[in-house]
Design a binder for this molecule. Structure first.
Ligand code: NAP
Ligand code: GDD
Length: 348
């Protein structure tokens, strides 16, 4: 049985990737952070008590800021493949938590690579590493962006991702390690964190539609992004590690839409004129914005045959349906006298 280790298993991509790898017959190990509240909602449905026979998903406490935890977990889990998805992944928040973001998103990659290098040395096991790079690394570079486009990062998060990218290239060249950088453009789903713009919109409009909220406050509606479906993108991560050679690969749909376009599509699907409810709040603007990301995924398509399956409209539809249902559940709870959480969008 092949074994995979995933950092960031409790995040959106971690949940989709775990499910994908379990379906492929893998034993999956995940690194989770200790938190004072439960943070495993996205993977609870995949988890079985390890005392039960047949359990194939195992969780370990660890942190990308703690190299010794990474080393210990590598020894325990003996992985064939390591997927580094862990990150403080919110661009706007990285302006507020800049040193922390640099440490987790940039230096965290170095800690993991060092731990894998030593693990390989002591165990003799060849490990394949996937690094979650980002289209944010292209930042202000002109679209369409591909593997040869020079990076021009525009936030502490993006600068740290560029550092992580180069650590990976360096370890590949210096130690002949199998380390691959995925350069993924934005990918969304009903499991997307609620402070990223797509989910903030489907959550907010859903709650407005059900009478739970009056306004939705957003920032720059003109930014354009290449939005795909997270379920399609985790398949690309896996395909990259099955390819005979490590490398750097852009994963994108090749189409871009503005935040305004997303609002139009979501509003139409809900039967709601969003213009009546959306207001601009400058606190959601970024000190340096990334205006236009649109990827060219030709290399991934030609090298290992990856292409996206879910269209932009299908993605919006899937998120809208999910969040209308969620708002309906909240309304039912409210009617029964339960207090409904004010969604934490302070920094979204
Ligand atoms: P996400 O939902 O924000 O999940 C991030 C994960 O990282 C969570 O499991 C989080 O744990 C964990 N994490 C945070 N700090 C950590 C630390 N110090 N040590 C270990 N784990 C830590 O992000 P995502 O959307 O799944 O994205 C996955 C990866 O792809 C990230 O590296 C992100 O930067 C990158 N990426 C994402 C996109 C996208 O559009 N989604 C595009 C390009 C690249 P908690 O649950 O405890 O917070
Ligand atoms: N979050 C947020 N909240 N974004 C807003 C808002 C708002 O209220 N209003 C407008 N936007 C704009 C942002 O300014 C940005 O231009 C765009 O919507 C997308 O913002 P996010 O959804 O926060 O995503 P992101 O593109 O900054 O970053 C995501 O994608 C990257 C890949 O390109 C994250 O998932 C990163 O981790 C990932 O690397």
């Amino acid at each position: 049985m092949r074994r995979a280790l995933i950092t960031g298993i409790t995040g959106q991509d971690g949940a989709y990737l775990s499910s994908f790898l379990l379906d492929k017959g893998y034993e999956v190990h995940g690194i989770m952070r200790r938190a004072s509240t439960f943070n495993t909602d996205r993977i609870d449905h995949l988890y079985r008590d390890p005392h039960e026979s047949g359990a194939r998903l195992f969780l370990h406490y660890g942190d990308l800021q703690d190299g010794s935890s990474l080393r210990r977990i590598l020894q325990k889990s003996q992985p064939d493949e390591v997927y580094n998805l862990g990150a403080q992944s919110h661009v706007k928040v990285s302006f507020e938590l800049s040193e922390y973001s640099a440490d987790v998103v940039g230096t965290g990659v170095l800690r993991l690579l060092e731990a894998v290098r030593d693990f390989t040395g002591s165990s003799g096991k060849q490990v394949r590493v996937y690094q979650a790079g980002s289209s944010e690394m292209f930042g202000a570079a002109k679209p369409p962006q591909n593997e040869t486009t020079p990076f021009y990062p525009r936030s502490p998060y993006a600068v740290a991702k560029v550092a992580g990218y180069w650590y990976c290239v360096n370890y590949r060249e210096a130690y002949n390690m199998f380390v691959t950088n995925g350069i993924l453009f934005n990918h969304e789903s009903p499991l997307r964190g609620e402070t990223f713009v797509t989910r903030k919109i489907t959550r907010g409009l859903g709650r407005i539609k059900k009478g739970l909220q009056k306004k939705l406050f957003l920032g720059n509606l003109d930014a354009r992004r290449d939005w795909g479906f997270a379920g399609d993108y985790v398949e690309a991560m896996w395909m990259m590690l099955q390819h005979q050679e490590p490398g750097d690969f852009v994963v994108a749909t090749g189409e871009a839409y503005s935040v305004r376009d997303f609002l139009d599509a979501a509003g139409e699907k809900m039967g709601l004129d969003w213009k009546q409810y959306v207001e601009i709040d400058p606190r959601y603007m970024r000190p340096t914005e990334v205006d236009y990301l649109m990827g060219d995924p030709a290399k991934a398509r030609n090298t290992f045959g990856w292409k996206p399956k879910v269209t932009f409209r299908e993605l919006v539809g899937m998120m809208v349906e999910h969040d209308l249902e969620l708002a309906e559940q909240e309304r039912t709870l409210m009617k029964a006298g339960h207090s409904v959480a004010l969604r934490g969008v302070a920094n979204g």
